[in-house]
Design a protein around this ligand. Structure first.
Ligand SMILES: Cc1cc2nc3c(=O)[nH]c(=O)nc-3n(C[C@H](O)[C@H](O)[C@H](O)COP(=O)(O)OP(=O)(O)OC[C@H]3O[C@@H](n4cnc5c(N)ncnc54)[C@H](O)[C@@H]3O)c2cc1C
Ligand code: FES
Length: 260
């Protein structure tokens, strides 16, 4: 992890409020592991001091570049999305822990919801030599992104939308229940909203299957110094707090306490 300035190669709006940005960086494209993020500084005139964490979604070693997807939530992400080709952005990365899957694990399910799909694309790319099944859940047809990229690296891709406009109508976790019933899989890697991740954890426990999840949390320093990103993690005697930015964002689902 180090602080670098990365040049914007392209920035395009791909859905209603989702942008795809490509940056030049030999360092991040070589070093990034699936689940890791870049902590990006906002332009100094914005008056917003805190960086914003954004997952590294894919890398291109030949072009020495990497891609991120940003969904506009508020002022910070809006400022990031207003960058144009040729701008330089100040970032720290690649940050945090990553999806760590041993060699003997062959059949992997990736399950993502909304913008949480982004880090799973790098997982699909990284583990492309295994059997990847990608389950992608979107709110509606106007939010569907990146399916074609997942298809390049996956054995199968299944999509759901809450409004049934594309793919299965309903929750992507229902699709997870179905495919775990019909096939043999070694592990599940998930990222998305907390209620979805909690359901993924429960389903994996019921099916006795290994599961890692990547958590999203607002961040302050992003480097482990402020505890601004604490999450609850199980211990033998009860629980402790860990930092999503440094100890995470990827944890074993069994360890995470998803508060009601
Ligand atoms: C590991 C990780 C990876 C992520 N990957 C992606 C990704 O790939 N793509 C993507 O679109 N999003 C991603 N996110 C979410 C993204 O970081 C947030 O949507 C973004 O920070 C929101 O900022 P905003 O200023 O646009 O939103 P705002 O609406 O301004 O912020 C939402 C709320 O949170 C507060 N807030 C915002 N940032 C902070 C902060 N740093 N500290 C304290 N409070 C804060 C605001 O005050 C506001 O109340 C990721 C988050 C994490 C933790
Ligand atoms: S954001 Fe400061 S410790 Fe995680």
């Amino acid at each position: 992890m180090k602080a670098i300035k990365c040049k914007v190669i392209s920035n395009e709006q791909i859905e209603k409020n989702i942008y795809k940005m490509v940056f030049r960086s030999d360092y991040i494209s070589t070093e990034a592991r699936p689940g890791q993020f870049a902590h990006i500084k906002l332009c100094q005139h914005s008056g917003l001091l805190l960086r914003r964490p954004i997952s590294i979604a894919s890398v291109d070693l030949n072009r020495q570049s990497f891609t991120i997807y940003i969904q506009i939530k508020g002022q910070g992400t809006e400022i990031l999305c207003s960058s144009v080709k040729g701008d330089y952005m100040d970032m720290i990365g690649p940050c945090g822990s990553y999806f760590n899957v041993s060699e003997d694990i062959k059949d992997i399910i990736l399950i993502g919801g909304g913008i949480g799909i982004a880090p799973l694309l790098l997982a699909a790319q990284h583990f492309k030599d295994r059997n990847i099944t990608s389950l992608l859940g979107y709110r509606d047809g106007g939010q569907v992104f990146s399916v074609y990229e997942f298809e390049k690296f996956s054995k199968q891709v299944l999509i759901s939308t809450d409004d049934a406009s594309v793919g299965y109508g309903g929750k992507i976790t229902d699709v997870l229940i179905d495919i775990l019933r019909s096939g043999k899989y070694d592990c599940v890697l998930g990222c998305g909203p907390y209620p979805m991740l909690k359901t993924v954890k429960d389903i994996c426990q019921q099916n006795d299957i290994l599961c890692q999840v990547s958590l999203e949390q607002n961040m302050g320093c992003g480097i482990g110094a402020c505890m601004g990103c604490a999450c609850k993690i199980k211990t033998d005697g009860g629980y402790t707090y860990k930092r999503v930015c440094k100890d995470g964002p990827v944890f074993y689902a069994d360890e995470v306490i998803f508060d009601e």
